[in-house]
Design a protein around this ligand. Structure first.
Ligand SMILES: [Zn+2]
Length: 218
């Protein structure tokens, strides 16, 4: 992209946590160590790390529309993405996409997929407006049919859902249901961060590496 050097000159990438110049999340602040596995009723979720500290700062900066942070998070999460796989990002609402100028989750997915040798498929759409904001957990869990999936795009294809944070798991479960309804196959999700206090059953942490190659599925 020809405009990229100019953008980097005008707005140099800056760590979302410690403000060091050079990357949206510097090496010192990037999460390292163990990934988090969460078992939802119909989905195995792998998160880069818990939603806390520097990773939480980066996810919040991503929600503010920081492209440099999206790139840094994509780099961090890429080792969790299976080569050759098809990532389906959880979409934001068109209203929020317009307000921020980008869909942060889709952008992180693109950066990660580029590095991992995977592809991104924008197969999901969010139906309602800002329905989630300000709602209680019970209301969120009750929300069904929020997502629509294009059957022509996804039928008979195996995909991996991709999101920034897994909190209750309700959004991922709704999206998995929409994918399956459209004829797609989905058993796994990759997320940047896991808010463990609300998520589903947590499995013992696995060592960093390539979780898709481990025979731990059941
Ligand atoms: Zn930093």
């Amino acid at each position: 992209m020809a405009w990229r050097p100019l953008l980097d000159f005008l707005f140099p990438p800056q760590c979302a946590n410690c403000n060091a110049l050079g990357s949206g999340l510097c090496d010192a602040c990037a999460p390292r160590g163990h990934h988090v596995r969460i078992r939802l009723p119909s989905l195995a979720v792998t998160a880069l790390a818990p939603y806390e500290g520097s990773l939480r700062a980066a996810v919040l900066a991503l929600k503010d529309g920081r492209r440099d942070v999206a790139e840094a998070l994509g780099r961090s999460v890429a080792p969790l993405v299976e080569p050759g796989s098809l990532l389906v990002p959880i979409p934001t609402t068109p209203k929020r996409r317009r307000a921020r100028g980008l869909d942060g989750v889709a952008l992180v997915a693109r950066y990660a997929a580029d590095i991992a040798g995977a592809r991104v498929l924008l197969a999901l759409e969010q139906r309602s407006g800002d329905a989630q904001r300000g709602r209680s957990r019970t209301q969120r869990l009750a929300a069904q049919g929020r997502f629509a999936c294009s059957a022509t795009t996804i039928a008979a294809r195996r995909v991996i859902l991709f999101d920034d944070v897994c909190t209750t798991g309700a959004t991922l479960r709704d999206c998995a249901a929409a994918v399956r309804e459209a004829g797609g196959l989905v058993e796994d999700a990759v997320v940047v961060a896991a808010a463990l206090h609300e998520a589903g059953t947590r499995e013992p942490a696995t060592k960093s590496g390539h979780p898709w190659s481990k025979p731990t599925r059941n």
